[in-house]
Design a protein around this ligand. Structure first.
Ligand code: SF4
Ligand code: ZN
Ligand code: ZN
Length: 310
């Protein structure tokens, strides 16, 4: 198999792009796609400071690497969720990556910020693990980006992630989510701009990119991902892609052309949370502060029970 660009030995065949690429041209393609998404969607300028949400997996580490290579002012943020058997190795992979490249990684622990790890929170609060995880991660990422004076918060969502999210939204005809599904979500007040520079790059390309660039990432998935709806949606899309190459990329690209037809949700008036000062859609404490309160009440009950038993 020969590289479509230079004719040397190719290491990957990208049926959806009609390309076979050698290591050098795969790297060039990935970095060019990221640079062009940043320009096309006006994600950020070279003067702005970017915070990348780091999980220790291939996509977030690759994104951090690429943005640093492209010369952007970029730091990483790792949230230690306290998931047994997963958070420790993912934190280690993230810290090793940053140390080896002399990059700045901010590490925050959910236990310190909330008073409980995700595993404990799941036992104490109502709601599914992934939904609670989404709430606390969104809150902490935004808060830390805002407090750290970053102009944009970047995540490593790739084509497979975005196509699966899109399929999920279409299956529910969730108009509000469809209208908001875009590679850039503008910032507003204390809500920092969110950007996804890798939306047109597939999972396979990113795994190959990491291998070629020597990026050591954590192969293991979060234990809670098993059985998640997003995995089933990805599975369906992979099967379609096998039979009809470029299903995912056309699904996403064509959607972006018609997305304006979906009615965005009515604009919400944001209020400052009376406890933490961060924005919240309803008046009163934000969801994170309410969860924090649930954790604190549980802790004080435990202390009282121990006192009574002594
Ligand atoms: Fe959080 Fe669920 Fe993702 Fe695990 S799989 S990191 S619990 S959202
Ligand atoms: Zn080549
Ligand atoms: Zn709050």
């Amino acid at each position: 198999m020969r590289c479509s660009v230079c004719g040397r030995e190719a290491v990957i065949k990208l049926r959806h792009a009609g390309l076979r690429l050698c290591p050098e041209h795969l790297v060039a393609r990935v970095e060019k796609e990221v640079a062009s998404a940043i320009r096309r969607f006006r994600m950020f300028s070279p003067e702005e400071r970017i915070l990348v949400a780091i999980s220790g997996g291939k996509d977030s580490l690759a994104l951090w690497h690429i943005l640093a290579e492209l010369g952007y002012r970029v730091d990483g943020l790792y949230i230690d969720l306290g998931i047994a058997g997963y958070s420790a190795p993912s934190r280690e992979a993230s810290e090793d990556f940053a140390r080896a490249r002399g990059l700045t990684l901010h590490v925050v622990s959910l236990a310190a910020e909330l008073g409980a790890s995700l595993d404990e929170l799941t036992r104490l609060a109502r709601g599914k693990t992934c939904s609670l995880c989404g709430t606390v991660k969104r809150y902490l990422m935004n808060k830390l980006a805002w407090e750290g004076e970053y102009q944009a918060l970047a995540t490593g969502h790739n084509l497979d992630d975005e196509a699966a999210t899109l399929l999920g939204n279409v299956l529910r005809w969730d108009e509000g989510y469809l209208a908001r599904q875009y590679p850039v979500l503008p910032g507003e007040g204390k809500l920092v701009r969110k950007v996804k520079p890798m939306v047109f790059l597939s999972e396979r390309e990113m795994a190959a990119y990491c291998l070629i660039r020597g990026i050591e990432y954590l192969y293991q998935d979060c234990p809670h991902a098993e059985g998640a709806r997003s995995i089933a949606l990805k599975d369906v899309l992979n099967r379609l892609e096998d039979r009809y190459p470029s299903t995912k990329i056309s699904f996403l690209r064509q959607f972006l052309k018609v997305r304006d037809r979906f009615r965005p949700p009515a604009p919400v008036v944001l209020h400052d949370c009376p406890s933490c000062g961060m924005p919240t859609a309803a008046e009163g404490p934000c969801r994170f502060c309410r969860l924090k309160d649930t954790v604190a009440r549980h802790a004080s009950r435990v202390t009282e029970d121990r006192g009574a038993a002594a």
